[in-house]
Ligand binder design. Structure first.
Ligand code: HEM
Length: 314
């Protein structure tokens, strides 16, 4: 990958576009898994405890790297590594989030506002000390509307924002060896669109007869598609369904709302000071002791570097 002038994020976007095409991987694209990386890096934020979020790139270290909820995301981290290695001024945390929005745009989605300034943990200990226990914060696809509201409510999202964010399931697929679920949501899983909502509203979904976890199945245009219980909850719940109908009818509205909600997601817990960087503050410091964990992007500290754990199953 090319070295880009420090601070040239448009140059980094171009590098990200170069890694999008992955002929040997899934549907030939790194796009969907990059979007999921940006979401899972950010979606463990808690407004109450004020821990988690994209700042720090904590998923490079256990326990986040081995959390079953993040299974498969080592592929996305590995796709990003050559860009970060060629540009050590860039934090992993900025790269992962920028890769998510660049992928969405490259797959036909909206432009999403994005700001740099995230910093990286240098060690697993720093991450653990800063974050505490943030397991169990990501949603479980086997559950229903109450669970979705609880998980997204913890991050401060409204029903409207929850339904808009869920539209990202127009992208990618479930993998039996990662989540246990299997299949794609829409016919073209590398095109960002409002198809997900249109399909949710169709009366075609039946419980899938198989040995795996409970999920819904339908065949559309000769392609086998799926929905998770949490996807179907968006049409079973009256308040959610209002927004499914609006987004199915109006792709521009979906794009606008998705863009704002995704930008908000990537900013959770990213508090820049007057240097423009979001400092990583140890718990001890937040408890009244001086700030002591300010790490500028260094390029170091990623256990995936050098291919050591590249194929390790998370
Ligand atoms: C109730 C909330 C959600 C649940 C329960 C959920 C669950 C899942 C599951 C089980 C998978 C399959 C993982 C695998 O087997 O590889 C998946 C994939 C995916 N999710 Fe979600 N998700 C939710 C919300 C979101 C949000 C908010 C976004 C982004 C804004 C998102 C983006 C994606 C993408 C792009 C994929 C495909 C990844 C790939 O192709 O590798 N999801 N999700």
């Amino acid at each position: 990958m090319a070295a880009v002038r420090e601070g040239d994020y448009d140059g980094i976007r171009q590098e990200i576009r170069k890694i999008m095409k992955q002929p040997g991987y899934d549907d030939g694209s790194a796009g969907p898994v990059l979007v999921r990386l940006a979401w899972h890096a950010s979606g463990n934020f808690s407004l109450v405890e004020h821990t988690g979020g994209s700042n720090g790139a904590g998923m490079r270290f256990p326990p986040e790297s081995v959390d079953p909820a993040n299974a498969g995301l080592h592929h996305a981290i590995s796709f990003c590594l050559p860009i970060q290695a060629a540009n050590p001024w860039l934090s992993h945390a900025d790269l992962w989030t920028l890769a998510g929005i660049t992928a969405i745009e490259a797959m036909g989605g909206p432009k999403i506002p994005w700001e740099p300034g995230r910093t990286d943990y240098s060690t697993a200990e720093a991450a653990a000390d800063h974050r505490g226990d943030i397991s169990e914060r990501l949603p479980d696809g086997a559950l229903g509307a109450d669970h979705i509201r609880e998980v997204f409510g913890r991050m401060g999202f409204s029903d409207r924002e929850i339904v808009a964010l869920s539209g990202a399931h127009a992208l990618g697929r479930c993998h039996e060896d990662r989540s246990g679920f299997e299949g794609q949501w829409v016919v073209n899983p590398i095109r960002f669109s409002n198809q997900y909502y249109k399909l949710l509203l169709r009366d075609i979904w039946k419980p899938r007869q198989w040995d795996g976890p409970f999920q819904y199945a339908a065949t559309v245009a000769g392609t086998k598609l799926m929905m998770l219980p949490t996807d179907m909850a968006l049409v079973e719940d009256k308040e959610f369904k209002v927004w499914v109908e609006k987004y199915a009818a109006d792709q521009d509205l979906f794009f606008k709302d998705f863009s704002m909600a995704f930008a908000k997601l990537l900013e959770l817990g990213v508090e820049r000071d007057d240097t423009g960087f979001a400092q990583l503050v140890k718990k001890s410091a937040r408890e009244g002791k001086p700030l002591d964990q300010t790490l500028r992007p260094s390029g170091g500290g990623c256990p995936f570097a050098g291919g050591k754990n590249r194929d390790a199953k998370l």
